[in-house]
Write a protein that binds this ligand. Structure first.
Ligand SMILES: [Mn+2]
Length: 293
């Protein structure tokens, strides 16, 4: 079965539809399964439509999705832990008549997906893994986080999400998986663009010669990242025009390769250019100055 990894959609429903049409044409010969790196919602115009398009695919096992920080922010807003800001177009999900059900579905999403591509294991996370984690260690930590997100009692979920990462290791793991970009030699991590003495998380991960590859998103300012063992697929569709063009990207690995994460990549990239400058339009609409990256 052909795996199709899709970068951050962020409410770009039109581009997702176009991308899936092109991917279907590319996979006409056989079965495929989509893997979405998370952040289905927010900033773009169609958060609810994207959820409605993706959920049936997940329910029928035609797609797998990991939770992104913008998806989690919806859960937090629903639980009263944060107030949506003017740039948060994903509010439309909270205002939908079936909002409770969407929140329940979102908090049931995994925070890490793992499997095998060709001759190599892989992990898909929204933002990052810790440089030292083996694949079983990642899986163990992810399952612990997911269990807490899926607690039946919303009060338990609320207190988990409100916990300080210093006091609750699972909360720290959740934040790292969904938001990390930089790491330091002493093991600390940050959500910001890395500056000396920090390195990109994947630079330190790559030094460890892991036996698995990582597919991730979350880093539009970095853009497409193709390196041995690593595929970063956030090509900033929703940030089109902020200093560069934005695309929605799909990676179709060569499923017959011993190492589909090798460079040069024998797989295929399918990209759809953003139809409009969604983020600039949004800022204009709410009366904020249009920023550059
Ligand atoms: Mn993100």
């Amino acid at each position: 079965m052909q795996a199709v990894f899709v970068g951050d959609v962020q409410g770009c429903g039109l581009e997702l539809e176009r991308l899936l049409r092109r991917v279907r044409a590319a996979c006409a010969e056989g079965e495929s399964r989509l893997y979405l790196v998370g952040d289905l919602v927010n900033r773009g115009p169609d958060s609810l439509e994207v959820l409605r398009a993706v959920r049936p695919l997940v329910d029928s096992d035609a797609a797998r999705v990991v939770l992104g920080n913008h998806d989690l922010a919806l859960v937090e807003a629903h639980l009263g832990l944060r107030a949506p800001g003017p740039r948060d177009t994903s509010r439309q999900v909270l205002e939908a008549p079936d909002a409770d059900e969407w929140i329940h579905w979102l908090r049931g999403l995994p925070v890490a997906e793992t499997g095998v591509l060709g001759g190599r294991a892989f992990a898909m996370v929204h933002a990052a893994v810790a440089p030292e984690w083996t694949l079983p260690e990642l899986e163990e930590r992810a399952r612990a986080v997911e269990k807490r997100l899926r607690a039946e009692d919303p009060d338990r979920v609320r207190s988990f999400l409100a916990a300080s990462p210093q006091d609750d290791e699972d909360r720290d793991v959740l934040a790292r998986l969904l938001r990390c970009r930089g790491v330091t030699a002493d093991g600390r991590w940050s959500a910001r663009e890395p500056e000396t003495p920090q390195d990109a998380w994947h630079a330190r991960w790559a030094k460890r010669a892991h036996d698995y590859g990582v597919v991730y998103g979350h880093w539009a300012m970095q853009g497409l990242h193709l390196a041995p063992g690593l595929r970063g697929l956030d090509t900033g569709c929703v940030h089109h025009g902020r200093g560069h063009d934005g695309y929605l990207t799909a990676w179709l690995p060569d499923m017959s390769a011993d190492d589909p994460f090798a460079i040069p990549d024998a797989g295929e990239l399918v990209q759809v250019r953003a139809e409009r400058a969604y983020y600039a339009e949004l800022l204009e609409k709410i009366g904020e100055a249009v920023d550059s990256p």
